[in-house]
Design a protein around this ligand. Structure first.
Ligand code: PGA
Length: 247
């Protein structure tokens, strides 16, 4: 049984004060049986951690470097995240790939480092509009998955959450149809099955992301292979995020 997981990706939004306000509302509206995560900006991690202590709300970061320390100006290491008590870290979000030059190789290093430090990666994959129009979305996603999981041993796989986020659906209001999303997510599960074995692929949780809103969450969550959602815009408004968690 895969436990559903709904994660809010706040991106570059919310000051510390605003972050506290938002988690205060979320933490008192959690739902049993749904793992709920807030991936907040680095600056708010510590304060949010204090605010959610004693609740089931989990804390995530949005990025990390793979090294523990060193001359990497502006970067944050897994040790620093671990010290705060971060449970999850988004890795390879399309905005990081697109605007900050993250490659599949960097994503792979970050995943390995996160696992080594007891942080569960939420690994993002997904195709651009041009790639979908050229009918190569499966090829693109397969390459991203295989490179991301290169050298990851079977025992580690179930600690990883995969988020399928077609880039054309992120922040655009255009969501993939539930069938389109489920098809690619089932395909990702098959890639994991072929690389490892069915017992492992049955356990790995795969989210859909891209314009998830209260009015489409139920359809999305009712799909056979979709185990959750990675939510940007709608995770910034407490009333919307609370509705998503109670899909
Ligand atoms: P969105 O973002 O929900 O605003 O489309 C999703 C994401 O980028 O994770």
């Amino acid at each position: 049984m895969r436990i559903p997981i709904i994660a809010g990706n706040w991106k570059m939004n919310k000051t510390i004060e605003e972050a506290i306000q938002l988690v205060k509302e979320i933490k008192s509206n959690l739902k049993d049986g749904v793992e709920t995560v807030v991936c907040v900006p680095f600056t708010a991690l510590s304060e949010v951690k204090k605010e959610i202590s004693g609740t089931k709300l989990k804390l995530g970061a949005q990025n990390m470097h793979w090294e523990e320390s060193g001359a990497f100006t502006g970067e944050i290491s897994p040790l620093m995240l671990k010290e705060i008590g971060v449970d999850f870290c988004i890795i390879g979000h399309s905005e990081r790939r697109q605007y900050f030059g993250e490659t599949d190789e960097m994503v792979n290093r970050k995943i390995k480092s996160a696992l080594k430090h007891g942080i569960s990666p939420i690994v993002c994959v997904g195709e651009t509009l041009e790639q979908r129009e050229a009918n190569i979305e499966k090829k693109v996603v397969e390459t991203q998955i295989l490179k991301a999981f290169d050298g990851i041993v079977a025992e580690e796989v179930e600690k990883i959450v995969i988020a399928y986020e077609p880039i054309w659906a992120i922040g655009t209001g255009k969501t993939a149809t539930k069938e389109e999303a489920n098809e690619i997510i089932a395909f990702i599960r098959k890639i994991i099955m072929n690389k490892y074995q069915q017992e492992i692929s049955d356990k790995v949780r795969i989210q859909y992301g891209g314009s998830v809103k209260p009015d489409n969450i139920t359809d999305i969550m009712n799909q056979s292979d979709i185990d959750g959602a990675l939510v940007g815009g709608a995770s910034l408004k407490p009333e919307e995020f609370i509705k998503l968690v109670s899909f």
